[in-house]
Design a protein around this ligand. Structure first.
Ligand SMILES: NC(=O)c1ccc[n+]([C@@H]2O[C@H](COP(=O)([O-])OP(=O)(O)OC[C@H]3O[C@@H](n4cnc5c(N)ncnc54)[C@H](OP(=O)(O)O)[C@@H]3O)[C@@H](O)[C@H]2O)c1
Length: 249
């Protein structure tokens, strides 16, 4: 992905990592459209960030995705990059039957959402001279946080799905990249002030640096995510799972 000249759509960029990445890509010369459900926030963003495109989208709703595809094809026919950023993270107590609702919602947004988005946007991306699909997983795809079982499972599933997508698109001009954030200070699950989470700006600096230094990379891995992502390879999985389990009790 070329951060300086791409035309990028980021559904899930009304806040946090998505918005931060959108503004950095725009600052480097790319054309960026942000998406999300919060219409008022999108309207404000369009005013505070001239040139930033906005699209209202609910990634759990096929009709909403289809409308976004049509709108973007008209407004940005050179759209060549899709970043499937939208996600939710909610704790679940598996001994409480009410947590099933959380699980179902999490699968709809975090697992089915990116799959639907890629299906909907792929025909347009395949028609471009070069294109990128970036999925967004988590260090928790590699070692689960037991307090958020379905969240962790959806991120592991998207990691796996991304690997298959890359193989299936190998003979096309669509590059497939997995962004693997560690804990970052956003409002995703109220960790915006958590000392142990990575400051958002620091994370974004490292991500954009990696995208620039290695535009062909299959995964975007900031140093901090190695603790989780490399736990199995480095024989640390039991200790890391035990450390993450502490947070549940
Ligand atoms: N922060 C972390 O520690 C961390 C770590 C690993 C991975 N990640 C991943 O990074 C991504 C961004 O998270 P964040 O930390 O930046 O949290 P965030 O600030 O809460 O951002 C989540 C974004 O997803 C959007 N969204 C949620 N449900 C949606 C839906 N149904 N349709 C469309 N958009 C939807 C939200 O917009 P609306 O509410 O306006 O719809 C918001 O823009 C997520 O996939 C998350 O799992 C984050």
């Amino acid at each position: 992905m070329d951060v300086t000249s791409s035309t990028v759509f980021i559904p899930g960029a009304t806040s946090g990592i998505g918005l931060g990445l959108a503004l950095r890509l725009q600052a480097r010369g790319s054309t960026v459209v942000v998406g999300g459900r919060r219409r008022e926030l999108l309207e404000q963003l369009a005013v505070t960030h001239p040139g930033l495109g906005t699209v209202v989208i609910d990634t759990t709703d096929e009709a909403s995705i289809a409308a976004a595809v049509t709108e973007l094809a008209q407004r940005h026919p050179t759209l060549d990059t899709l970043i499937t950023m939208a996600g939710i993270m909610e704790p679940e107590d598996l001994l409480d039957p009410a947590s099933l609702e959380v699980a179902e919602r999490t699968v709809a947004v975090n697992l089915l959402g990116p799959i639907r988005l890629v299906h909907a946007f792929l025909p347009g991306l395949l028609a471009q001279p070069a294109a990128t699909v970036m999925t967004v997983t988590s260090g928790l795809a590699y070692v689960p946080l037991p307090a958020t079982p379905t969240y962790s499972a959806t991120k592991a599933a998207i990691h796996s799905w991304t690997e298959s997508l890359r193989v299936q698109l190998a003979d096309t001009r669509v590059q497939v990249v997995e962004l693997v954030p560690p804990a970052v200070r956003t409002t995703l699950m109220g960790q915006q002030e958590e000392e142990s989470a990575m400051p958002l700006e620091e994370f974004l600096d490292e991500v954009v640096g990696l995208l620039q230094s290695d535009p062909g990379a299959q995964q975007v891995l900031v140093r901090r995510v190695g603790f989780l992502r490399d736990a199995v390879a480095e024989g640390r999985y039991p200790e890391v799972l035990a450390a993450l389990s502490g947070r549940h009790r």
